[in-house]
Write a protein that binds this ligand. Structure first.
Ligand code: SAM
Ligand code: SF4
Length: 461
């Protein structure tokens, strides 16, 4: 394959971009492109960008500057390097990128990745190509499936997009503009994709969507399926030991999905449920369409259904008009729920969203102060959450060799990294691990005594 062209895809932002990056690489593979881990020797560099906060969007331009130097060096050696900008910045500021960054050869919006081969062919002939339309055809149908060896290389835990876009229009958020209206993929197409993954060794699948629990894809019988229904169908796929989903909206957390957590042992008891704020006044201004009490009620109902459920969340501090009292309400909500972790953000005004033009923008220093206070509380809760497992046994899906010789690293049901001494034959297996110690971001343990002999014998160790 010495004549193969090399593509380097760099992902910014959320897991949906990671999934899209894989699918872009899969689509370019039949065109002779192989993936390379670094940009300097690439014939094509794709920056798959994020527009969610100002800092994320700004990164793109500094990254283009860095790659441009490599592009000039390649040109000096008589080699063509193309630079493509994909993802949400491409979608939101396509024309602007082409104007501002002369080194960029093509701009492709998040719904148009299936058109990449044709766009690249034009760019190779010197044309600057831009495609950010929302097409009528389904990109998922047109994107190539990954090859078995590519799936294996990507590891035993995979992400699969089942839903894209958002109809909620929270006043701070660009997603409804960059990713468009909600679209759900049909159940059987998702099942077929996951069957392929499972056949290549994938054991854990996280279903992803901007608003994943608003999922409403067509089922085999032609009726609309809920996320609960989809999960029930996927749990039957042989080889899939674990299922997860993210990101959910409190408004779409229905009884069927809660029941799926009770009925399906494959569905992990770990739920990412963003609340953003604990103040009803701010939730209303954010157009979240739920109150703090509504959120707490969902958490209580889910815990009543399944006691070992743990929650993580997203928070924005310093939304326009947020007072100290509103912020205190957020801290109270956090104290009430007790989170296993959370993503916390200072509000970042995004052009074109209603909140960007609201009065009473909170000063930057105040946002930082609130952010640090919230982060300290969440960090304490996360430590307490992890510490409770010392002396207990957790089922761990072993994923890959650890840093020490003879060590494997895997994930608990709560996505905690767990290090354990175990033979490589156990990779891909769920084994009971007695947790002995807590590191900064990792749990340490030993194969549980009662499981040692049969598990090791089966692994041929
Ligand atoms: N759909 C999800 C939801 O309903 O929460 C997540 C969407 S977004 C990709 C992930 C997180 O980024 C949001 O939950 C929010 O906390 C944060 N976020 C979105 N827009 C923001 C902004 N303008 N400023 C700061 N944080 C923002
Ligand atoms: Fe953005 Fe999530 Fe709100 Fe949709 S529900 S607008 S993706 S924060």
């Amino acid at each position: 394959m010495s004549n193969a062209r090399k593509v380097h895809v760099k992902s910014f932002g959320c897991q949906m971009n990671v999934y899209d990056s894989h699918r872009m690489a899969d689509t370019l593979a039949p065109e002779g492109y192989v993936e390379t881990a670094t940009p300097d020797d690439a014939d094509l560099v794709i920056l798959n960008t994020c527009h969610i906060r100002e800092k994320a969007a700004d990164k793109v331009y500094s990254e283009i500057g860095r790659i441009r130097v490599m592009k000039d060096e390649a040109a000096a050696q008589g080699r063509q390097m193309l630079i493509a900008v994909a993802g949400c910045v491409a979608q939101a500021e396509g024309g602007e990128i082409v104007r501002r960054a002369k080194a960029v050869d093509l701009v492709v919006g998040s719904q148009n990745y299936h058109r990449l081969p044709e766009m690249i062919a034009r760019a190779r002939n010197g044309e600057r190509v831009i495609d950010t339309e929302f097409p009528v055809e389904d990109k998922f149908d047109a994107l190539a499936a990954p090859r078995r060896e590519e799936i294996a290389k990507r590891g035993i835990a995979a992400f699969v997009t089942v839903q894209e876009g958002c109809d909620k229009f929270c006043t701070f958020c660009v997603v409804p503009y960059t990713r468009g209206a909600e679209v759900s993929r049909p159940v059987e197409k998702i099942a077929a994709e996951i069957e392929r993954l499972a056949a290549a060794g994938v054991r854990e699948v996280t279903l992803i969507g901007q608003n994943v629990n608003a999922y409403h894809g067509v089922a085999a019988n032609g009726a609309a399926a809920t996320l609960g229904g989809l999960l029930r169908r996927l749990a039957r796929i042989e080889g899939i030991a674990r299922l997860r989903y993210t990101t959910s909206h409190p408004r779409d957390m229905d009884d069927d999905l809660i029941a799926a957590h009770v009925d399906l042992p494959e569905l992990m008891p770990y739920v990412h449920l963003p609340v953003q704020s604990g103040s009803d006044r701010i939730l209303d201004a954010m157009n979240r369409r739920h109150t703090a009490a509504h959120y707490l009620d969902i958490v209580a109902r889910m815990r009543a259904a399944r006691a070992d459920l743990a929650f993580t969340s997203d928070f924005i501090v310093g939304f326009p008009g947020e007072t100290e009292e509103d912020f205190q309400a957020t801290l109270r909500l956090v104290e009430t729920v007790g989170f296993a972790g959370a993503y916390t953000f200072a509000y970042s005004p995004r052009p074109g969203t209603p909140a960007a033009d609201m009065a009473d923008q909170v000063p930057a220093e105040e946002k930082t102060r609130r952010l640090h206070a919230l982060q300290a509380l969440i960090a304490r809760q996360q430590r307490d959450f992890n510490a409770q497992f010392i002396g207990r046994t957790l089922p761990v899906l072993l994923e890959k060799p650890g840093r020490l010789s003879g060590q494997l690293v895997g994930k608990s049901p709560y996505l905690q990294a767990v290090q354990v001494m175990a033979p490589p034959g156990l990779i891909g297996r769920v084994v009971p691990v007695a947790i002995t110690e807590l590191g900064t971001n990792t749990l340490f343990g030993v194969l549980a005594e009662d499981a040692r002999a049969p598990v090791l014998a089966e692994a041929g160790a």
